[in-house]
Design a binder for this molecule. Structure first.
Ligand code: UD1
Length: 367
């Protein structure tokens, strides 16, 4: 019988779960791979974690590190210490890290130092803004991982410019689109917008969680003002991230937001229900990374409340626009009056990334 390769998939925070799910399922179906889900515990609330496992038909994590919240160094350090013990015990054949969260860089550091082969899925993205914790995580992870799997040509270019050897880079496409296609039927059938009494294509979905937007009182206050202005004209659905909820409470902004007409403040939603709202909305206002990509793929206008993006292809070839808070109302007006253009999605954003990955993994494992 062919040897089964043990492959750790590191999952930590909400945006990671839709990146590991298609790869887990594809590896599980191969017969030659034993995918092992390692949950670091960076996100632990039921609606930030367990609900995603259920929606994406993932098994319970095989290994749980239980690190929880903390400062950057605390969180990164705890993952390194806990995961190193697992690596020493289990010595997997490959570690796959995804995205750019603290656990991504921590697991990579632990594995690479033990000479365990490590691959980064969603490599090469750069915002060129080193005040973003994720940019530091991306730079460190990409400079030490063995394989760099990129979603788009800008990823390859960034890595080459940083001196990464061309042989380490593989453009595999966007794995988030695999999840979206894998779950499309359930997303379309979910009926979340009807349940909430919304009219199709006549409401906005808002998500916010970046420290640069939500950790500072005056920035968050002006964001709340802009969202209230939006809600006065169009219903808004706002599933609130725990970091953002804590800031809204701390700065005494939550009550005003919740009381406003047209504003639907919710707890974070699971993947299927959230995506059902996105599929049927008029526009999205966000500071998330993944949602910039999902809206580009779906052809839905997206306003990103940031000065930069590590996903420039969503602006050049998609529906994304970067926007400062003070320009939000004008940008929304522009979008609502502009004709909607459909562009083909970026190359390799086709729902087949996990298959390209299993082919690639098999070739270098058995080679
Ligand atoms: C993290 C990632 C960010 C990603 C985001 C998605 C880093 C540096 N940041 O940011 O890149 O876009 O996840 O959500 O890794 N909390 C809970 N319950 C949870 C998780 C968090 O209440 O399940 C609260 C805690 O108070 C915690 C705070 O949210 O301190 C922030 O969580 P953390 O994981 O540190 O960062 P995020 O802001 O979620």
């Amino acid at each position: 019988m062919e040897k089964k390769y043990t492959i750790h998939l590191i999952a930590a925070a909400r945006p990671n779960f839709m990146k590991i799910a298609p790869l887990y399922h594809a590896l599980h179906n191969t017969g030659w791979a034993e995918p092992v889900i390692v949950h670091t515990g960076q996100h632990y609330d039921i609606n930030m974690s367990d609900a995603f496992f259920r929606d994406l038909v993932l098994p319970e994590p095989h290994i749980h590190l239980g690190v929880g919240s903390g400062t950057h160094a605390e969180q990164t350090g705890r993952v390194m210490i806990a995961y190193e013990k697992v690596l020493l015990r289990d010595s997997p054949d490959l570690v796959v890290v995804v995205g750019d969260v603290n656990s991504t860089v921590a697991a990579t550091l632990a594995a690479v130092k033990l000479s365990i082969r490590t691959a980064h899925l969603e490599a090469g993205l750069r915002s060129f803004d080193r005040t973003m914790p994720e940019e530091i995580n991306r730079l460190v992870t990409d400079s030490i991982a063995d394989w760099l799997w990129t979603p788009s040509p800008d990823g390859d270019e960034n890595l080459l410019r940083e001196g990464v050897a061309r042989e380490k880079i593989r453009r595999v496409g966007n794995i988030m689109i695999d999840s979206l296609e894998m779950m499309r039927a359930k997303i379309e059938a979910a009926g979340t917008w009807q349940e909430m009494g919304l009219s199709r294509h006549d409401y906005a979905v808002v998500t916010l969680h970046r420290p640069s937007n939500v950790d500072d009182a005056s920035v968050l206050r002006s964001l709340v003002d802009a969202l209230l202005e939006l809600a006065a004209n169009h219903p808004v659905v706002f599933p609130i991230h725990p970091r953002t909820r804590a800031s809204l409470q701390r700065f005494d902004l939550l009550d005003r937001l919740q009381a406003a007409d047209g504003m639907n403040c919710l707890d974070p939603l699971n993947y299927i229900r959230f995506m059902n709202l996105v599929f049927n909305c008029r526009l999205v206002v966000t500071d998330s990374g993944g949602i910039q990509e999902e809206t580009t793929y779906l052809g839905i206008p997206c306003i990103t409340l940031r000065d930069n993006t590590e996903r420039p292809i969503t602006v050049s070839q998609g529906t994304n626009r970067l926007c400062r808070v003070r320009d939000l109302s004008q940008t929304i007006d522009d979008i609502l009056t502009a004709e909607r253009k459909r562009q083909p999605p970026p190359e390799l954003w086709d729902g087949k990334t996990a298959l390209r990955l299993t082919d690639h993994i098999h070739s270098f494992m058995s080679g």
